[in-house]
Design a protein around this ligand. Sequence first.
Ligand code: ADP
Length: 251
Amino acid sequence: MTHSALLDADIRAKRYGNRTILDNVRLTLAPGKITALLGPSGCGKSTLLRIVAGLDRDYTGSVALDGVMQRGPSPLAGVIFQEPRLLPWLRVADNITFPERARGAALAHARALLDEVGLNADDAARWPKHLSGGMAQRVAIARGLFAQPRLLLLDEPFSAVDAMTRMRLQQLLLTIVETHRMAALVVTHDIDEALYLADRIVLLEPAKGPSTRPSSHLFELGAARPRQRESLAAHPLRAILLERLEAAVMA
Ligand code: ADP
């Protein structure tokens, strides 16, 4: 394991019944870096994220966070899902500080996070039902940051919002990662999102038949930031990923 790795996951095998979903997947992630987990629907991206989050321990292999073997969910890792999953009976601030109540220093921290995710301190007192989808997801990001994690785990975090909001939230993620020197693992099935966000892309490919195994491939992006979305359309990796994804979907 490299010393600077915040996350070092070595998943030998993950099975559901006699079906192998993940086979020898290695993931390492350093502070300030983003890895995208890319692959067709059903290839095991969420499964891998849940393992890294400590939410699924039914696998062989190991996950180390900051050099410590993980045995369950850790405050080092904040998780953000596709839907904001806000508790409707709690105001925004209490959702962010949950299970703590938003009072005193906790409320001040929640307000600072709202500011960081582009919301207003006044939004702290709102009810979730009065938020747009994009605002609710910003609150979910603030909640994910509340415990000051060093790793963010995001499962298709921007799939449920409109295209413009999605671009703004992608930009927000880049800013957060840079400001806090966090590591982030982002599940996506969107090549362009992966190319825009990631330093590395791990492509998961499902087994192509009953006698073959699923596989994973690591691609280093090496593209400078800030990145131009238009020029990423011509990135050489784009055509390679597209071809492999299409083949995986057809298999
Ligand atoms: P992805 O996130 O890439 O869409 P998932 O990780 O959600 O894929 O699922 C990977 C595969 O594992 C899928 O084929 C799915 O049907 C299967 N799967 C997921 N959860 C379970 C479960 N609890 N029991 C059995 N099979 C499951």
